[in-house]
Design a protein around this ligand. Structure first.
Ligand code: PXP
Length: 251
């Protein structure tokens, strides 16, 4: 059986990061989302952080109104964020851990310690018709907890794997990729849809695309960095080609 289509979710947070550096309205992250969709993105991801360091409330509202592809609302599992998500009604919410002091989302959710709170938030969002995913470490314990929480989707944190590659730590990279492979297979056994993201570039996206259980990659920082040099449509086309090439080797 051939592997299912691998969707590309484009994270536009860092267009807002650049905008906020000057305090004005440009560059507009919604324009980036529309351009990404025109260039083949299957969905748009945006993270409304508690400190609003990049995406702001009005960006989320505009994304929901203006884009024609699914909106994935990344958020912490707090009462404030749940209220905004219930009001916005995105296609999906990806629940992530959040620390003010971090530069980016460091590590997956504590699905064991935070089990009860995550279960309540997941149920609330699901009742509103929002597809919930949990951003987790690629571990079997985290997957079992995700199932117990009732999450239909998990997103595996690929940061440790990508970091190991970036630092030339090939043994560690192999170990981390092994964890991702095992976790993706376990997700399928549990009937949980499997996504992946964080730190992916052309090479790592090509490699991970060969895991047939993974049906969506969410990619932001690298793509926006490439877009500075070659433009967003060209960066997306190259990412799509890398994913398709990797997918041809799925099995
Ligand atoms: N998925 C999740 C849940 C994230 O928190 C992030 C980072 O915002 C990404 C994917 C995208 O990571 P990157 O910007 O490194 O591609």
């Amino acid at each position: 059986m051939s592997a299912p289509y691998l969707r590309l979710g484009v994270n536009i947070d860092h267009v807002a990061t650049v905008r906020n550096a000057r305090g004005g309205a440009l560059p507009d992250p919604v324009r980036a989302a529309l351009l990404a969709i025109e260039a083949g993105a299957d969905g748009i991801t945006a993270h409304l952080r508690e400190d609003r360091r990049h995406i702001r409330d009005e960006d989320m509202a505009r994304l929901k109104r203006e884009i024609s592809k699914p909106l994935n609302f990344e958020m912490a599992a707090t009462d404030d964020m749940v209220a905004i998500a219930l009001h916005t009604r995105p296609h999906a919410s990806c629940l992530v851990p959040e620390k003010r002091s971090e530069r980016t989302t460091e590590g997956g959710l504590d699905v064991v310690g935070g089990h009860d709170q995550l279960k309540i938030v997941t149920a609330e969002l699901k009742r509103a018709g929002v597809r919930v995913s949990l951003f987790i470490e690629p571990s079997l314990d985290a997957l079992d907890a995700a199932r117990s929480i009732g999450a239909p989707v998990v997103e595996l944190h690929t940061g440790s794997w990508c970091d190991a590659i970036a630092h030339g730590l090939s043994e560690k990279a192999d170990h981390e990729f092994g964890r991702i492979r095992v976790a993706a297979a376990r997700a399928q056994e549990l009937g949980i849809e499997c996504h992946a993201g964080h730190g992916l570039d052309f090479d790592t996206a090509r490699t991970i695309a060969a895991l047939p259980q993974i049906v969506e990659l969410n990619i932001g920082h690298f793509l926006m960095g490439e877009a500075i040099f070659v433009g967003l449509p060209a960066a997306l086309a190259q990412m799509r080609a890398a994913m398709d090439e990797g997918r041809r080797h799925a099995g």
